[in-house]
Ligand binder design. Sequence first.
Ligand SMILES: NC(=O)c1ccc[n+]([C@@H]2O[C@H](COP(=O)([O-])OP(=O)(O)OC[C@H]3O[C@@H](n4cnc5c(N)ncnc54)[C@H](O)[C@@H]3O)[C@@H](O)[C@H]2O)c1
Ligand SMILES: [Zn+2]
Ligand SMILES: [Zn+2]
Length: 401
Amino acid sequence: MKAVVFEGESNIRVEEKQQPAITGPKDALLRVTTSAICGSDLHMYEGRTGLQPGQIVGHEIMGVIEEIGGAVTGFKPGDRVVLPFNIACGYCYNCHRGYTNMCLTMNEHKAHAAYGYVGMGPYRGGQAEYVVVPNADFNCLKLPGRPFDEWEDDFILLADVFPTGFYGAELAHVSAGKSVAIFGAGPVGLMAALSSLIRGAAVVYVIDFIAERLAKAKELGAIPIDIRDGDPVDQVVRMRGESGALRQRLHPGEEKLAGVDCVIDAVGYQARDDHEYAQEKSTQVLQNMVRLVNPAGHIGIVGVYLAPDPKAQSDQARQGIFSMPMADLFDKSVTIGMGQCPVKRYNEHLRDLIIAGRAKPSRIVSHRISIDKAPEAYDKFDRRVEGYTKVLIKFSPPKAA
Ligand SMILES: NC(=O)c1ccc[n+]([C@@H]2O[C@H](COP(=O)([O-])OP(=O)(O)OC[C@H]3O[C@@H](n4cnc5c(N)ncnc54)[C@H](O)[C@@H]3O)[C@@H](O)[C@H]2O)c1
Ligand SMILES: [Zn+2]
Ligand SMILES: [Zn+2]
């Protein structure tokens, strides 16, 4: 079978690999129909993780079940499913409490397992024609419809970025009437914007440097803030201050709430310097969030902070130490939540929003490619050029309608 294989820094190749086989009674073999490239794959692609060459990558996977082990009871060959990028057991202390992102049994080295990701266990990735799903009864989400129908490109986003954006909104306590700012208009930031609007936010600002991505944010109903026009925190504060209606409705003392209630980091440790996009400044977003969040507000961090990082700019960052203005956070009584998304907690309900026509996450998909084009797509997505925002790898041509 064809698979996307990491061969070293900036070196992704499409290789012929042996088709995997189920080994345990709880496994299923999935024939992949669509797999997506993620901002998280780029940390490995850029040589920031120490991933060894030869690994099949890809953790955003959907397809059709081809074969099941003897103990799988909830699925049968022919079923259409999408997989949470987290691989979980369903019975450990954390899985019981809904923290499938911190499953204690599927990765012998630490809490959390995933497909095709460094440090996340021995599981092969799904940017390939076939992948094995461990604990299939727990790790598959059943989908209606047929492969390559009008929902295919929405359902694939249930593997990661739609639930992750929703989780960012949950960690930031986004609910009806709240004001929200999201750093990053990549797929995760855009899905955090969509999710915030679904959750009833009054206003959502999305901050980035990239015009095409900000245009998508606007299309989704958010207010784009282009960092190239000036300090993003100042821009949001000024915009809110200049709004006559917002000014008129202030109670005494509310002028101290010049920022927003909820702030989401959808960028992570590879954040760019606000003054120079070519430069990395790992703490840029962390610092901006502390400035922009209102007293008693909430911050959700879903952008990844990873260590060890062989290419970090400082010794501290190499070890994963990123400084935040703690005194300001304490002074403002801010709560912060962070981490990998427990996809399984959200994917069913988000699937049903898609089925009901209340969410169309595929509006952020920029490119649909065959697997042979993966190296070129990684390169362009990594450089964030030519509108490359969310790339889907398609494994067979869509059927004629
Ligand atoms: N927590 C999770 O479960 C989870 C899941 C998926 C992805 N992620 C992480 O989310 C992050 C975003 O991934 P993505 O797939 O959206 O793609 P991405 O990495 O392309 O998106 C990041 C965006 O942030 C913008 N950006 C860079 N510096 C910025 C700054 N200072 N201020 C504002 N915007 C800035 C970039 O221009 C880019 O558009 C990555 O770190 C990824 O690893 C986390
Ligand atoms: Zn992902
Ligand atoms: Zn578990």
